[in-house]
Design a protein around this ligand. Structure first.
Ligand code: F6P
Length: 580
């Protein structure tokens, strides 16, 4: 199916039915809940440890039936099967798409009913599962050595700070997961993340570090990314200068090479380029072309996380992904959470004209999750052509955004509650906080002495989805004694769709489950839209032009003269302002 043209979803009967329902659609969450005592039950599903309540979405039995028919017509299950069995569904790069293989248990440790890879599952000449587990073993052995202090810096000091240098998928996944799992980080170890080529980033992230106890991980799938390689050179320079200045190493090439060997490791698919940079391939961890950058935190790209939380924690993290992979593979579409969430996104985007989607973790440790999802969703599904090169026939790719609750409540929720745009929202919370603090005194009014602060926090999580769904009518506002002139401003229309995701605790497994959930939501939408969710050609032009413009910015008059008038004037202004 991968080489055949995608179906035209708009030509399906389901699409036409949905268009019919959408024209003149008058959602009525108040009425739907009032007339159906089972609505919450009917639309609440379980995927792994995630309880997912879809009941406050603008969905009825009739809409859901048509969305499911659309998924069947587009072959969502068949394409998922094609993906996990190694078909080259990333057609524009002619690659298989096998991130699900990264978290498949090793042969012999699969659970009952688990997908067991065929012995010798070979892609591009490599036995996929054997290589995945050999690499994981190598990462785990290295992580153990850093954690137990047997891997030391060049002067014999144990490593206290790991600095991951990478960008995009080689940064956003590791930093998001590290932040999410802070309570699991080994005391005495810290990981910092450098991504931006803005020199302020590496300056700030190396500030105050002891070079003798610092380890750099250069993480780059291609090992050709300008930002990462520039930062890696700056880090190497920093190391040599600092170690040299304190007399920790001699002023010669052998000493510098020895320092790199103990303070630099790399993660890449291009091990030849790693060696050319001066990093011993022995200290490099590989992965494969069939792992997209934004799908790679569960590969060796997660080495910084494996060091921080340890091999056991990383194993649980991978098991979380796998639980959702198996849910996606084996659960009928009617109860398949990623498929249902992907279909709802299609409903909002293509039929109700939603243009963005907000993700609101009520868990401060997930504060980088929306940023992580921006790459996952928008680099995957922000496309205007389909996998056969033909133009898309529908809108694609919503803008994903978000911030943790309750911070967002005091910033942008106004627009979600009362603005003119439809913004579907995902609310994410965990039942058990890492730090169950009590407010000993309370405020004597709303907050009682001894109040559990996490419950106070989650009261907001529950209240917000209620307010968005059911709103507040003009009569309810009036009944509060509000002056008539202010009533309209205080009315809440309701019928603003939300999904509530609740997990027991923010464990490594739950973080893996959340990531896999969104990966498969992206997959579902991409399949309906007929797009290759695994390439990212849209990032290339800017990269190419930056290299072309660089000489002009560096003062080359001929290069400056060849720019368009706006760019020329901007660069000239920059050069005139630059004083240091
Ligand atoms: O520019 C986009 C991109 O190619 C992402 O897809 C990728 O995650 C990121 O750059 C970093 O690439 P690399 O890991 O090869 O350095």
């Amino acid at each position: 199916m991968t080489e055949s043209a995608p179906i035209d979803p708009t030509a399906t009967d389901a699409w036409k039915q949905l268009e019919g329902i959408a024209s003149g659609f008058a959602p009525d969450l108040r009425g739907w809940f009032a007339s159906d005592a089972d609505r919450a039950d009917t639309y609440t599903f379980q995927a792994g440890d995630l309880t997912v309540d879809l009941s406050k979405n603008l969905v009825t039995e009739e809409i859901l039936a048509q969305l499911l028919a659309l998924a069947k017509a587009a072959g969502v299950s068949e394409r998922y099967e094609a993906m996990i069995s190694g078909e080259r569904i990333n057609v524009t790069e002619d690659r298989a798409v096998l991130h699900t293989a990264l978290r498949r248990p090793a042969a012999g440790s699969a659970g009952a009913g688990d997908l067991v890879p065929p012995a010798g599952f070979v892609i591009d000449g490599a036995d996929v599962d054997a290589e995945v587990h050999a690499t994981l073993d190598k990462v785990y052995a290295f992580a153990d050595r850093v954690r137990d202090g047997s891997w030391t810096g060049v002067t014999g000091k144990r490593i206290e700070t790991v600095v991951n240098i990478g960008i995009g998928g080689s940064d956003l996944g590791p930093v998001m997961v590290y932040e999410a799992l802070k309570p699991y980080v080994q005391p005495g170890l810290e990981v910092r993340f450098v991504s931006n080529i803005d020199p302020s980033d590496i300056y700030e992230k190396t500030a105050g570090l002891d070079p003798e106890s610092t380890l750099f991980i250069v993480a780059s799938k291609t090992f050709g990314t300008l930002e990462t390689l520039t930062n890696a050179r700056l880090a190497r320079q920093w190391l040599w200068e600092r170690l040299g200045a304190s007399g920790a190493i001699a002023d010669d090439d052998d000493a510098r090479t020895a320092a790199v060997a103990k303070h630099f490791v790399a993660v890449s698919t291009a091990l030849d380029k790693v060696a050319a940079f001066g990093i011993d391939p022995e200290n490099a961890f590989g992965f494969w072309d069939w792992v997209g950058g934004r799908y790679s935190v569960d590969s060796a790209i997660g080495t910084s996380v494996a060091i921080a939380i340890g091999p056991d924690g990383f194993h649980d993290f991978l098991a979380g992904f796998h639980a959702i992979d198996e849910h996606m593979r084996t659960t009928p579409l009617e109860r398949n959470v990623p498929v249902l969430m992907g279909l709802l996104n299609v409903w909002y985007t293509n039929f109700l004209n939603a243009q963005s989607h907000v993700v609101l973790p009520y868990a401060q440790y997930l504060h980088r999750f929306p940023a992580y999802l921006q790459q996952l969703t928008m680099e995957s599904n922000g496309k205007s052509v389909r996998w056969d090169g033909s133009p898309v026939v529908t809108d694609t790719g919503e803008v994903f955004w978000g911030e943790p609750g309750t911070n967002g409540q005091h910033a942008f929720y106004q627009l979600i509650h009362q603005g003119t745009r439809l913004i579907p929202a995902d609310f994410i919370a965990v039942a058990n906080p890492a730090h169950p603090l009590k407010d000993a005194t309370g405020d004597g009014k709303a907050v009682q002495p001894g109040a559990d602060v996490h419950s106070l926090f989650l009261a907001n999580f529950f209240a917000q989805t209620k307010a968005l769904a059911f709103g507040k009518t003009a009569d309810e506002v009036r009944a509060e004694g509000t002056a008539e002139s202010v009533v309209p401003a205080r009315v809440f229309s309701g019928n603003r769709p939300t999904t509530s995701i609740l997990a027991p605790a923010l464990t490594p497994s739950v973080v893996g489950q959340l990531i896999a959930l969104y990966e498969h939501i992206v997959f579902t939408q991409g399949t309906i839209w007929g797009i290759d969710s695994f390439d990212q050609w849209g990032v290339e032009l800017g990269k190419q032009l930056a290299l072309e413009v660089a000489p002009a910015v560096d003062g080359d008059a001929a290069a400056l003269a060849s720019q368009d008038s706006s760019t020329k004037a901007l660069i000239a202004k920059y050069l005139s302002l630059r004083t240091n």
